[in-house]
Design a binder for this molecule. Structure first.
Ligand code: G3I
Length: 375
């Protein structure tokens, strides 16, 4: 038999054998931080369990997939300073240390908010409402103490969170009622003094809504007119399968970017069950947790398509967007498992075993295709 023929047959066997083993080789999972390394940072909010080593799988996923982290709760005012004479920076220090050790772009969240803030700061010892000067001093002291503590370590602060209501007016929080609207510039001024190298952000939800968009533009312009530094706007991104219309998101990205500030998607997750489901007594009694055993293919496909559309939009706006942060690491971590009622949620790109979901692969394939086509 001709030697050539023999080699050809042998070679054919080797190729079949090799490709056979290949097909059993575990699929290499790309990292989101590498996929978007020339576009924007990609991160996740991490929780106290992960910081204290109770979720090693999730921590490994953070290290592999992300180059920025946000603190889900540990840097909020209430857990740090629950009472006038009690300060607990333990979990916050652990968060910052984790970020430094893993060379992450570290977000501080948040300095001034109407939620998870200890009520004692709005009160005198006798429980009566505190006066304007005292509250200003308490706010400034908190910002100097917390942002100052992590000077040179935290790279970007959510200085003021959710100060605008759904109608595009300033939220009637105790901050506004006691200090007045100047609490916002005061907070940014104090943060700039405490952490001169950190980027300073205004962070809020539903900023795709025209009324909120307009009011945020006004807020930023007011700060800029006063010469007070603001470096970016965090559009939280707590979205659902159908809402918002991505055209509205595009309009807000354009409007905010025109202000000369960075635009970030700071808390991305996708609700599958809309609020109406939980408001409907029949559905919640008949089926309080419809997806406890997993998502039907039809719903998974909707979720994958939604995430693909969102990331195509974000990729197209990569020159305006500096960061995209998921609000949680894996589906089991998400706050949405408890909101508005306890149920099994699937809002993120990694499942409860820290494995990529079909939505993750959908995003990866779609973006790789766009990159190949130089879109
Ligand atoms: O730490 C206490 C614990 O001691 C207690 O046993 C337990 C039971 O009541 O509560 C624990 O506090 C919970 C806290 O999360 C820490 O887990 C609070 O009840 C719970 O309300 C709080 O929820 C957080 C929520 O903000 C508070 O508004 C969510 O985890 C967090 O994901 C969510 O994050 C916010 C952003 O900061 C701002 N943008 C909206 C986003 C979603 O609401």
């Amino acid at each position: 038999m001709q030697k050539i023929t023999l080699y050809t047959i042998l070679g054919g066997f080797l190729i079949i054998a090799f490709s056979g083993c290949q097909s059993n080789a575990p699929k290499k999972i790309p990292s989101l931080k590498n996929l978007f390394k020339n576009d924007f940072k990609v991160g996740a909010a991490i929780n106290e369990r992960q910081l204290y080593g109770k979720e090693p799988g999730a921590v490994k996923l953070v290290q592999k997939q992300f180059n920025t982290i946000s603190p889900e709760n540990v840097l909020k005012w209430a857990p740090i300073n629950p009472k006038p004479d009690s300060l607990n920076f333990g979990p916050a220090d652990r968060y910052v240390k984790f970020g430094v050790k893993n060379h992450m772009w570290i977000i501080g969240h948040n300095l001034v908010w109407h939620k998870q803030v200890p009520q004692w700061i709005f009160q005198n010892k006798d429980g009566s409402l505190v006066d304007r000067q005292t509250l200003i001093k308490r706010m400034q002291q908190h910002i100097y103490r917390e942002a100052g503590r992590y000077k040179g370590k935290i790279d970007g602060w959510d200085v003021v969170n959710e100060a605008i209501n759904d109608k595009g007016k300033l939220r009637q929080s105790k901050w506004l009622k006691i200090i007045g609207k100047k609490y916002i510039p005061m907070a940014f001024k104090a943060a700039a003094k405490a952490a001169p190298k950190a980027e300073l952000y205004y962070n809020d939800y539903d900023l795709y809504k025209p009324a909120k968009r307009k009011r945020v533009v006004q807020l930023v312009r007011n700060l800029q007119k006063k010469g007070i530094r603001i470096d970016g706007i965090g559009m939280q991104g707590h979205w659902s399968l159908k809402k918002p219309d991505l055209k509205q998101v595009q309009k807000s990205i354009n409007a905010f970017s025109k202000l000369g500030v960075k635009v970030m998607i700071s808390e991305l997750d996708i609700k599958i069950l809309n609020p109406g489901y939980f408001a409907n007594k029949d559905s919640t009694t008949n089926n309080p947790d419809p997806y406890k055993n997993g998502l039907p293919d039809s719903v998974q496909t909707q979720l994958t398509n939604r995430y693909v559309s969102i990331f195509k939009l974000l990729y197209k706006n990569r020159n305006k967007i500096s960061r995209v942060t998921f609000w949680g690491v894996n589906n089991g971590d998400s706050w949405l498992n408890y909101r508005p009622k306890k149920h099994t949620a699937y809002p993120l790109l990694f499942n409860r075993k820290n494995q990529p979901t079909p939505a993750f692969w959908g995003v990866v394939h779609a973006i790789k295709k766009m990159k190949r086509q130089n879109k």
